[in-house]
Design a binder for this molecule. Structure first.
Ligand code: MN3
Length: 206
């Protein structure tokens, strides 16, 4: 059975960047529903014992079309939000330090070049979706965006997301209304770079 991560901070802990009503609704309604629907779908498909990462990177092996679609949407929603909520912190923001900070700067030229590239991808995603920073086991970093609850695991290129910006309207509309760009800017003030660096190390270790 798949479980939501325990939020490592209170709903209002990311104020003023992410407001408490958005956090509570996002975690206790949206994420909870994806998780419940995923559990229902994998039970129906008889594949409850699969790891979420292998489930999402082998969707083609689910022969029933309705179940495949349900697992893609809700499995993506389950996984993506566990990543999202675990890479934010009231002590977040700034830039990554240490070995991971060096890799990031080397990959994109500078931290500000990285920030502006990822922000553009997230802002430019038409409709609902995500902006991603992903890594592969060789330590290579790439940026991308995807629609709906899709993520880089589903693309089969061997990249695993280590940071995701949710740009569905439910992630920002209470506070930012139509101003997605302002929300993306605020998101950078709460990114937990230590958590992202741990995700990166885990991808390299395999
Ligand atoms: Mn969301």
């Amino acid at each position: 059975m798949f479980n939501q991560i325990q939020l490592p901070y209170a709903y209002d802990a990311l104020e003023p960047y992410i407001d408490a009503l958005t956090m509570e609704t996002h975690y206790s309604k949206h994420h909870a529903t994806y998780t419940k629907n995923l559990n229902d779908a994998v039970q129906k498909a008889g594949i409850e014992e699969k790891e979420i990462t292998s489930l999402l990177s082998s969707l083609d092996s689910i022969s029933d079309e309705a179940l495949r679609k349900a697992i893609r949407n809700n499995g993506g929603g389950f996984y993506n939000h566990n990543l999202y909520f675990s890479t934010m912190s009231p002590e977040g923001g700034g830039q990554p330090e240490g070995a991971f900070g060096n890799v990031l700067e080397k990959s994109f030229g500078s931290f500000s070049a990285f920030q502006s590239e990822l922000s553009s991808l997230a802002a430019g995603q038409f409709g609902s979706g995500w902006g991603w920073l992903s890594a592969n086991p060789d330590g290579k970093l790439v940026l991308s965006s995807s629609a709906n609850q899709d993520n880089p695991l589903m693309e089969g290129g061997g990249f695993i997301p280590i940071l995701g910006i949710d740009v569905w309207e439910h992630a920002y509309y209470f506070k930012y209304k139509n101003l997605r760009v302002d929300y993306i800017k605020s998101f950078f003030s709460v990114i937990d770079w230590k958590a992202v660096a741990v995700n990166y190390e885990n991808v390299i270790k395999g």
